[in-house]
Write a protein that binds this ligand. Structure first.
Ligand code: PRP
Length: 173
């Protein structure tokens, strides 16, 4: 059966939202040379657009994890696929996520990064599905709050499809 897509955050709104986040980060991290850590794969497009709007020196690195879960739900059990290549000890670190749902994946990653003694560790997420949260996570920067709908596009996938869409859309099977 063909998937039905309904746009919920359009291209222009995304552009504006990402620009605002970059502006806030640029103000808060002047002279701090932060390390932006993207969580693959979903964050790759958000990261690419975010750093192009940043107006401060910074570094970029990525982590890749696979969260075990059934279908559309994470379980919090995370398999580490790719680690950082930058040593973050004593560095200002910003985790860059595309979406936070249950929060279990990010909680695991955050706790792991904290053991490496960064000078500070904050989180920026493009999308926050707040009502699905299973664990409390401190979020410093949020692009958009979204309702409990399954969304794709702008890096987010369904079975590896739709990551290339230039907008965020709700997927209706
Ligand atoms: C998504 C997203 C987060 C996680 C959020 O990744 O990028 O990492 O799920 O879910 P949670 O808050 O319930 O833990 P996904 O597992 O779909 O992998 P991908 O980024 O490689 O597509």
């Amino acid at each position: 059966m063909k998937d039905k897509l309904k746009i919920i955050i359009g291209k222009q709104a995304l552009k504006k939202g990402v620009k605002e986040l970059a502006h806030k980060i640029s103000n808060d991290y002047k002279d701090k040379d932060p390390v932006l850590v993207g969580i693959l794969k979903g964050s790759f497009i958000f990261m690419a657009d975010l750093v192009r709007e940043l107006q401060i020196p910074h570094k970029v690195d990525f982590i890749s994890v696979a969260s075990y879960g059934s279908g559309k739900c994470a379980s919090g059990v995370v398999r580490w696929l790719k680690d950082l290549s930058i040593n973050i000890e004593d560095k200002h670190v910003i985790i860059v996520e595309d979406i936070i749902d249950s929060g279990l994946t990010l909680n695991y990653i955050r706790n792991n990064l904290l053991t490496r003694n960064p000078k500070s560790l904050k989180i920026v997420t493009l999308l926050n599905k707040r009502r699905r949260r299973k664990i409390k996570i401190p979020l410093r920067y949020v692009g958009f709050f979204i309702a409990n709908r399954f969304v794709v596009g702008y890096g987010l996938d369904y079975n590896e499809k739709y990551r290339n869409l230039p907008y965020i859309a709700q997927l209706k099977e």
